[in-house]
Ligand binder design. Structure first.
Ligand code: TYD
Ligand code: MG
Length: 467
């Protein structure tokens, strides 16, 4: 018989060690080690206790035999239409049957709301919604809130279950045979086969591995909710992302109503898709025209405002950047950015100082991307820089003008992707002038765009046309 042993496991990343450590050598977090009793000689890092024989997950492959790649059937995967255009798009065209999807996000962002409202809309599918966090009446109250008009219309095949034991969940699933199983959340459920306490990294991983096996064996779909830590690590152990087929993440400021659904990994589609929602009193509403919501209509003539024509994933978005520059009153100047990387802001300020000769070293700079949306598109650099200069010199940018361009370290304006799409979106929203990188002009028929195109290769070229 195996002797019981003690190991210490990092609750953040799942790293295990024979002795207690103050700082985890794998993820660098402090005070995260918890004692775990285990019957096996070593805490299994791959959750083999759940997978059984297949140490490398071989049983997930069909039949476990060798076949010629060209002989494999290429039947298109069947998808479930979620009746939510944003969710469908982020999933790559609907939920693939027999896939395990992880929906991550900070607590309170709206994960349960999104899945419950999706479930309420789906008719003709058997659904089992398992909640380890809320009671039946809480779920019903939320459902009423989401569908006040026609509660009676909740599908007869929509079942709820408040349970935290994975084995019991499977028992009920065998009975109900749901087409779609929702588990809210992976941190709340636990499996008897796993070691350690519920919510610990090894439990979370064991549950995910076990659910993956359920999905591949039954051909049904599972949507799994996972909370993310304050550092943005999905469900504690990063390992979870490797297990599931698709990872989608819900982001946004809780103070703000807008939520962005992003795909981080997708075995059945692209990861460049984006869904935008607005949290209302009756649930999440898809935002069809995000640019309209991100643009503040009445700031004409105000200094410190510039509009960027950005692309997030494959979606064009017009985004307003606002800056406030003022003389630093006390000692060190402050730099703060909302919705923009502070290091990038510091880099842009250094470029302005060194390459363009603007003296901003003694100024406080506050930057805000309107709508609380976090954008990663480097093409908004130009709008950020222009809004800073506009505020510093109290000069409003000419009306109906927007910008797209990445700023390089020597002050050059670098080319951006999808220029035609950016120009098209700006035109659609009533802009008449757009500043674009000169290097993007190749192959672009400027006469056809119906906009005044200002090509700039250096910051100074652009500024001449803006104020
Ligand atoms: P929830 O889905 O419980 O978040 P998560 O599952 O990610 O932890 O969302 C909770 C928040 O959403 C809560 O603060 C209230 C708000 N909310 C609305 O604004 N409108 C609604 O219709 C619902 C159901 C929730
Ligand atoms: Mg929840």
């Amino acid at each position: 018989m195996a002797k019981e042993k003690t190991a210490y496991v990092c609750t953040e990343c799942g790293y295990d060690s024979a002795k207690w450590l103050g700082k985890c050598p794998a993820c660098g977090q402090w005070d995260t080690f918890k004692e775990v009793k285990t019957a096996s000689p070593k805490v299994s890092r791959r959750g083999t206790s759940v997978v059984g024989a297949g140490v490398f997950g071989v049983e997930n492959c069909e039949g476990g035999r060798v076949v010629r790649l060209r002989d494999v059937d290429t039947k298109a995967e069947e998808r479930i239409d979620t009746l939510d255009p944003e969710l469908n798009r982020v999933l790559g065209g609907g939920l693939v049957k027999g896939s395990l999807v992880l929906l991550g996000g900070e607590p309170g962002i709206g994960k349960s709301t999104l899945l419950l409202q999706t479930v309420l809309r789906l008719k003709g599918l058997r659904i089992l919604y398992v909640s380890g966090e809320e009671s039946e009446s809480q779920l019903r109250m939320r459902a009423d809130r989401l569908k006040p008009a026609d509660v009676e219309a909740i599908g007869a095949d929509c079942y709820i279950l408040c349970e935290t034991s994975l084995e019991k969940i499977y028992e009920h699933a065998r009975e109900i045979e749901p087409d779609l199983l929702i588990v809210d959340s992976v941190q709340a459920v636990s499996t008897q086969q796993g070691e350690a306490f519920p919510g610990s990294p090894s439990q979370v991983r064991d549950c995910a591995v076990s659910l993956l096996r359920y999905v591949k064996e039954t051909g049904r779909s599972v949507l799994l909710i996972g909370h993310i830590t304050k550092d943005g690590i999905l469900a504690g152990p990063k390992v979870l992302e490797h297990i599931v087929d698709t990872v989608i993440q819900f982001e946004g400021d809780r103070q703000n109503f807008y939520r962005v659904l992003r795909s981080l990994k997708n075995r059945f589609g692209s990861t460049s898709e984006l869904g935008i929602y607005e949290m209302q009193s009756g649930g999440l509403r898809p935002v069809v025209n995000p640019s309209e919501m991100l643009l503040n209509q009445d700031n004409e003539g105000l200094s410190g405002v510039a509009v960027a024509s950005a692309v997030e994933g494959v979606r064009p978005l017009l985004i307003e950047t606002q800056a406030l520059v003022s003389t630093a009153a006390y000692g060190n100047p402050q730099r703060s950015a909302t919705g923009f990387d502070i290091r990038r802001l510091n880099m842009l300020l250094a470029v302005l100082e060194k390459r363009a000769g603007f003296k901003l070293a003694q100024k406080d700079v506050f930057l805000n991307i309107a709508g609380g949306l976090r954008v990663s598109d480097p093409a908004i650099d130009l709008a950020v820089v222009v809004s800073i200069l506009s505020s510093a010199y109290d000069q409003p940018v000419k009306p109906f003008t927007c910008l797209a361009g990445e700023i390089g370290l020597s002050g050059e304006i670098r080319s951006v992707t999808r220029i035609a799409q950016r120009i098209g979106e700006a035109k659609r929203l009533g802009f008449r002038r757009i500043v674009v990188p000169r290097s993007n002009l190749k192959g672009l028929d400027t006469a056809l765009t119906g906009m005044e195109i200002i090509a700039a290769s250096k910051l100074q070229d652009a500024l001449r046309h803006l104020f």
